[in-house]
Design a protein around this ligand. Structure first.
Ligand code: NAD
Ligand code: DAU
Length: 345
């Protein structure tokens, strides 16, 4: 089976490609990625010479690029990981989120429908459901209530995907996963910011009171569930993916510092994210019941493995922390108060 994976040079897409090529001899993969700041072919060094793997640089929002990769490779299945993914960047500039996440998904759906694709998996997120109070968990039928431009764009893409099923009978489905962590995650998301800053003895920035809750899943577990969606997922359905490991951001930062043997004095509370969702939690009983999927990696074990990976990959970190990263970090953190007060005016 030939699978077109979009966004395969990013954090989770590359985990999926490595996972599939390690575990399945019957699958060939074409990785179609624009290589934005978040795309990194070093994430795929392990598979780059595998004859079942090919890379094509292109943009999912450009019909010509998408048409060309379909014409050259004739994929049977599409897994759409490609997206702009960072909430804080979506607050700074919403335009790329509309373009890639909404128009890009529509462009890919349209080419896929015309090409007779047998399954289209839209990789989505629990953020489309909005924010929870202290109790309860998101189910697949929880109404969509996104808070940020990022989550609004992902919710829109979900609705576009499901409309292709309802209107055209196109065999598309949606998966919605909770917060991922693990090796190869770009140091703009919480855990790699904490780990790489602690390695450099820099402050560890925590937004607001640090009591926002996220459900953390090791990325390879997400990949395992997406592979099950490829085999077992039914068209027109939504599937939640989660781990059950709910943590406040303060619990996460304290655990990172404990494992790394660093002092809690490195924690610095900084101005909160506008529209910051308070709590996410996922009810994934549907995939447990229908696919027999279970989370198998504990948060402590996954975090220790992640930290050890960053400690052993200074070369990877240095490749990322270039001038454009330093400028991003300066805008987001060093000048965070100034930026936010300007936004609020
Ligand atoms: P990432 O930011 O690490 O990678 C995104 C990839 O998409 C990059 O390789 C980038 O080059 C590529 N890309 C961006 N725009 C593109 C375009 N127009 N055309 C082609 N490629 C493009 O993201 P990630 O964290 O690996 O997330 C992957 C997917 O999983 C996203 O759809 C995201 O919404 C979803 N998701 C992420 C999480 C999480 O915790 N990170 C959780 C649930 C769902
Ligand atoms: O829930 C799934 C989503 O998880 C994905 O759809 C998104 O692509 C992914 O970015 C992630 O979104 P979050 O906003 O939850 O992740 P982030 O790592 O940005 O933040 C996690 C929590 O940590 C959140 O409450 C904000 C907080 N935070 C984040 C950063 C970057 C901090 O306190 N300090 C920080 O420096």
């Amino acid at each position: 089976m030939k699978v077109l994976v979009t966004g395969g040079a990013g954090f989770i897409g590359s985990s999926f490609i490595r996972y599939v090529l390690r575990n399945r001899e019957d699958i060939e993969i074409v990785n179609f990625d624009k290589l934005t700041y978040a795309g990194n072919l070093r994430n795929l060094e392990e598979v780059s010479t595998d004859p079942r793997y090919a890379f094509v640089r292109g943009d999912i929002a450009e019909p010509d690029h998408v048409g060309a990769v379909f014409q050259q490779h004739h994929p049977e299945v599409v897994v759409n990981f490609a997206a702009e993914t960072h909430v804080d960047r979506s607050i700074e500039d919403t335009t790329p989120f509309l373009r890639t996440n909404v128009a890009g998904t529509q462009c890919l759906l349209e080419q896929s429908r015309r090409s007779g694709i047998t399954k289209f998996i839209q990789i989505s997120t629990d953020e489309v459901y909005g924010s929870l109070g202290t109790q309860g968990a998101f189910r697949e039928d929880t109404p969509l209530d996104p808070s940020s431009p990022y989550s609004a764009s992902k919710a829109s893409a979900d609705i576009w995907t499901l409309s292709y099923f309802k209107t055209f009978g196109f065999p598309a489905l949606v998966t919605r996963c909770s917060n991922n962590y693990g090796p190869f995650q770009f140091p703009e998301k919480l855990i790699p910011v904490l780990v790489t800053n602690a390695m450099e003895g820099r402050m560890l920035p925590i937004y607001g009171d640090g009591l926002n809750v996220r459900e953390w899943i090791f990325a390879d577990e997400h990949s395992r569930a997406v592979l099950m969606a490829l085999d077992l997922g039914r068209a027109g359905e939504v599937y939640n993916i989660g781990s059950g490991h709910e943590k406040t951001n303060l619990e996460v930062v304290r655990e990172v510092l404990r494992i790394m043997g660093k002092p809690e004095s490195l924690i610095q509370f900084v101005k909160d994210r506008p529209g910051h969702d308070r709590r996410y939690a996922i009810d994934c009983s549907k995939i447990q019941r229908e696919w027999g999927w279970q989370s198998a990696v504990g948060f402590g074990a996954g975090l220790a493995e992640t930290i050890a990976w960053y400690q052993s990959r200074q070369d990877w970190i240095q490749g990322i922390k270039d001038a454009s990263y330093l400028s991003y970090y300066d805008r987001m953190y060093t000048r965070r108060d100034e930026t936010l007060s300007r936004l609020n005016r």
